[in-house]
Design a protein around this ligand. Sequence first.
Ligand code: NAP
Length: 480
Amino acid sequence: MTGQERSEEKSECVSLSPMREAVPAPPECERVCVFGTGDLGRSLGLRLLQAGYGVVFGSRRPHSSSSLIPHGSQVLGHAAAAQSGHLIFIAVQREHYDFLVPLANQLKGKVLVDLSNNLRKNQYPEANAEYLQSLVPGAEVVKGFNTLSAWSLQKGPSDANRQVYICGESVQAKQAVMAVATKLGFSALDRGFLSVARELEDFPLQLFPQWRLPLYIATGLSAAFFFYLLIRDIIYAYFTQGKDISFRIMVSLANKVCPIVSLIMLSLCYLPGVLASFLQLYRGTKYRRFPDWLDRWMLCRKQLGLLALGFAFLHVLYTLIIPIRYYVRFKATERTVSVIRENRTTEFDTTTAWSGDSYLSLGILGFSLYVLLGITSLPSVSNVLSWREFSFIQSKLGHLTLLLCTAHTYLYGWNKFLSSSTYKWCTPPGYMLCLVLPSVVLLLKLLLITPYTHTQNNTLSVMTALSSRHELLFLCYCTL
Ligand code: NAP
């Protein structure tokens, strides 16, 4: 630094904290520069100071900066601040990047970290980081830290927010930024070249991307079965018998829709794995990628399963409140009174007792395993399981859950399948419709575990997932 620059820095430097004189930054500490004294700039500056860096802010108004500036930092004009460090974090909105053009000479050879985000996807023709690089071609632009919020930076890294994504053209520049990220307590992941910047800029705009499809399916199925059952149960009774039983919408109908949607969604969880196995057997190789739709389907199986569990849970709650319902109590009393009045006796039916108890017992067992599947899909639990344990639970016990829940539903209607009164307006009851998919999945799975197909599939099965583009955690769901 020339003597003139030194004196310029001295004159532009504003003391913001009385503490700064008392506790000066160690002279040998590495200095980094942050352009912008807004929310993100200040939060990042604070963390950098806490991690032992010397921090110099570059601001339009170094003399009238906010009192919120972290103690121990310096605030200079942009040109002077740019001289003070090799690494410059740009915590300024993209719209204002043109202020950097006149600084092109001072920024030559520096590493510029682009922290910016956009308000919506495809807001600009190119990524902000690429735009920055075009404005300052002599600098090394690295995209990074934009997925962290100012708040999380102030709070410090937590388990849920540890990851920092980095991309850029220069390996050395990325390493320098990753070193800072690591020192701040984050784990940095190099995502490649600057062309990935747009993807990183879209991250903060995402809203539950993996939940979207499962939520659409759940909503669609719930609505479809609700209206189907409304017509079959409530409207049918009104038109054919003149009875108003609309009160049943709240509990009885809901308690039919929930298990139906739950069972279908559980089947949808296991169907893609079975389809993938058959596809591999058909192709005779594991070295070809699955079609995109199958890939996407497999990637959202965890969410499908958790939503299915949610519906099963609602079914359990609705079932538990049956005895306290006014309608049920009224009917039970009425039946008892009529038996007494008519001096009738009723025979104990062992078959009904057996089927009723089996139906309930299979439901309880199925639900317990359902809960186990849900718990083991949580990252905190799955992380402590070995690959074999996880795949045993999600695959073997998962199919057993599907089998138990399907059997539970078959037993529900065991004596009604052939009764013509069940088919109101020639339509089958909802539970019969929902049995189609799980029965198909279980049948296909049975075919896969027959000795011939099992041998063929055995070596392919695990590798199938590897040939797909899935994350490791999702491999377990594949071909199970
Ligand atoms: P902010 O609070 O509005 O601060 C922006 C700063 O930019 C201002 O304080 C100002 O600093 C500087 N600035 C404003 N107009 C300027 C101009 N014409 N020329 C030069 N500098 C100008 O915004 P922020 O929340 O810190 O966000 C800054 C960037 O970080 C944005 O691109 C945002 O997308 C990104 N980001 C923010 C967060 C977050 O949680 N806030 C998270 C991730 C990414 P001076 O007055 O000191 O010049």
